[in-house]
Write a protein that binds this ligand. Structure first.
Ligand code: TGC
Ligand code: FAD
Length: 392
């Protein structure tokens, strides 16, 4: 096992714009990733297993519900602290950040935002400590980019709802205790409902054979006449805007997270290029390798400032969904390109698990697809600037 020598690049002194609290939160997460993620992540990926032993640590650093108020067990932090935690987690591995994203933005957030007080009290404190893990069911086999077509449905049976349908590609599903599921009622209106493991007719088969996000467990949610108590319906908001509102929060976290993956690839490639000699000198001395490294740090720096600004806007409640889309799309693309170039700098060593680059590169192929694909986010920007809807 190689030692984690990560040193975070900060070419334009972004740290000067962070508060002491931001830096404390970020450094605690960075330290935890070095101690608890880096030593085990390669083996977890090779085995395609989610390392369940990190759940307690994720909770301790505030990664479960960073911005959920403390009265519900959250860390009560601002949006920039939330982003910095995601950056550090994805520096370790996108799958680790995924687990925290789903728990925070796709499970705790809808329960906090759209749930009843009873639901908040019942679920949020346990989700914050990791005693309970959740997942989010929006995507279906025939409805991915277009979730409004979903066929999963609930029927009002008087004293309970009857839930039928299936969800695909669900992060955390194989071991989640609860699922926040989006389903249509008899009027075709999309509703959020909390389904608990153990309910009769509810199963969560795991999806195997992934070449990406191997340290994150992915699976299905299958509902065969599941009787769900009426009190499990989220009363606060319905329609597609309800799940999309959760996605705004998760996509924002991904925007920060992918900076972490890009930083790790750049830092690894820079160190390697300075040490590796060919033709009698370090490969860092060749112009072609300098071009790659110089472009990497330029793109990371641009992404850092775009994303920090988005965090400021979110703290002021002024960020739009379209701004979040632009940032998610830009940063994942930036990280993927950096991962591919960084891998080349390492030559043959770049394909081994001795270095984190290939793992990041493969992970980012999921990140560029989930939470809205690269092309869907481009169309969201296109709609925002032209007023013309290319989806219909
Ligand atoms: P459209 O007619 O545009 O909108 C329907 C209603 O939703 C509102 N809305 C939003 N609200 C909050 N946040 C947003 N980002 C919103 N975008 C739209 C909109 O105002 C409208 O409200 P109302 O009141 O008028 O009804 O809907 P559409 O059917 O045309 O679809 C638009 C489109 C394509 C952009 C949307 O469907 C989309 O974003 N598709 C991508 C699907 C997606 O991102 N799926 C992600 C699944 S979860 C996941 O991947 C988790 S991975 C987690 C991990 O492991 O980290
Ligand atoms: P499709 O929608 O079939 O898209 C296929 C291609 O067509 C894409 O390139 C897309 O950009 C393009 N396309 C589609 N529509 C248009 C259009 N109008 N114009 C131009 N191009 C278009 N979902 C959840 O609900 N919960 C989760 O926890 C979750 N976790 C995931 C974890 C992993 C590892 C992965 C891979 C996915 C996860 N997803 C989850 C699902 C993810 O959100 C979807 O895969 C994603 O939204 C795309 O849907 P799709 O795969 O069905 O692709």
């Amino acid at each position: 096992m190689s030692t984690d020598q990560f040193q975070a690049p900060d070419y334009f002194h972004l740290d000067d714009l962070l508060t002491e609290e931001h830096k404390l939160v970020r450094d605690a997460a960075r330290d935890w990733v070095k101690r608890s993620v880096s030593p085990i992540i390669e083996e977890a990926c090779q085995k395609a297993e989610f390392p369940t032993q990190i759940i307690g640590g994720l909770a301790e650093i505030g990664a479960f519900g960073p911005y959920i108020p403390e009265q519900y067990g959250g860390a009560g932090l601002d949006q920039i602290s939330y982003g910095l935690i995601m950056q550090e987690l994805e520096r370790g591995d996108s799958g680790v950040r995924s687990t925290a994203s789903v728990q925070s933005s796709l499970v705790m957030y809808p329960i906090y935002k759209y749930g009843s007080e009873e639901q908040r009290q019942k679920y949020l404190p346990k989700l914050a400590t990791g005693e309970m893990v959740g997942c989010f069911g929006l995507t279906e086999p025939d409805f991915g980019s277009n979730p409004s077509g979903m066929v999963t449905n609930i029927k009002d049976m008087g004293d309970h709802y009857l839930l039928n349908g299936a969800k695909l590609w669900i992060s955390n599903s194989p071991f989640a205790d609860i699922a926040v599921v989006w389903a249509k009622n008899e009027e075709g209106r999309i509703k959020g409902i909390i389904v608990e493991r153990g309910m009769e007719g509810f199963t969560t088969p795991e999806t195997h054979g992934k070449w990406s996000l191997r340290a994150s467990a992915t699976g299905e949610l299958v509902f065969d006449n599941v009787k769900v108590p009426k009190e499990n319906l989220l009363p606060g908001k319905d329609g597609l805007g309800a799940p999309l509102g959760c996605l705004d929060s998760a996509r924002y976290g991904i925007a920060w997270g992918t900076i972490g993956a890009a930083m790790d690839c750049y830092d690894t490639a820079l160190r390697y290029a300075k040490q590796r000699k060919q033709f009698g000198k370090p490969i860092a001395g060749f112009q072609l390798q300098q071009k790659k490294l110089a472009e990497m740090i330029t793109e990371i720096t641009k992404a850092q400032f775009l994303t920090w600004r988005l965090g400021v806007l979110r703290n002021e409640d002024r960020a739009t969904s379209a701004q979040i889309s632009m940032c998610k799309r830009n940063n994942v693309d930036m990280a993927l390109k950096i991962a591919r170039d960084a891998r080349q700098i390492l030559g043959g060593m770049g394909i081994t698990g001795e270095y984190p680059i290939m793992r990041h590169m493969m992970n980012l192929e999921s990140v560029v697809t989930y939470e809205g694909t690269h092309d869907i986010h481009l169309l969201i920007t296109g709609l925002d600037i032209t007023g013309e809807n290319a989806f219909v």
